[in-house]
Design a protein around this ligand. Structure first.
Ligand code: ISJ
Length: 111
């Protein structure tokens, strides 16, 4: 048996608990990072709404996807997954931007 392998069910359970703690820490960090990202994209949405800029910027998104795919390959992460994750997040960001734009228009042209 490899020396780092647990040699009993109890040791395996302890190892599982230790690994799960790290998984939970990483999940917490991801939530914090996403919250920060959405704070910044909200600022972008406010700027876009104020100056009538389009909600989405497909050219920028293509550049971001190319970069993230490269980073994923370097990090041994599936680049398809990295792109799916990015698109999932950006779809939500754009939905917020469209909403902010519509609310800005309503404020400018009340009934
Ligand atoms: C945040 C922006 O708005 C949109 C959202 C993006 C993102 O979440 O990274 C990128 C491009 C835009 O489609 C932006 O234009 O920078």
């Amino acid at each position: 048996m490899c020396p780092t392998e647990p040699d009993s069910a109890e040791a395996a359970w302890q190892k599982l608990l230790r690994i799960r703690q790290s998984i939970d820490n990483i999940d917490a960090a991801l939530v914090h990072l996403l919250a920060e990202r959405f704070k910044f994209t909200q600022e972008v949405g406010e700027l876009k709404a104020e100056f009538g800029l389009p909600a989405s910027d497909p050219d920028r998104e293509h550049r971001q996807i190319a970069r993230l795919r490269e980073l994923a390959v370097e990090s041994n992460l599936d680049p398809e997954f990295a792109e799916k994750w990015f698109n999932f997040v950006v779809t939500e960001v754009i939905r917020h931007h469209i909403q902010a734009g519509a609310e800005g228009e309503e404020r400018e042209a009340p009934l």
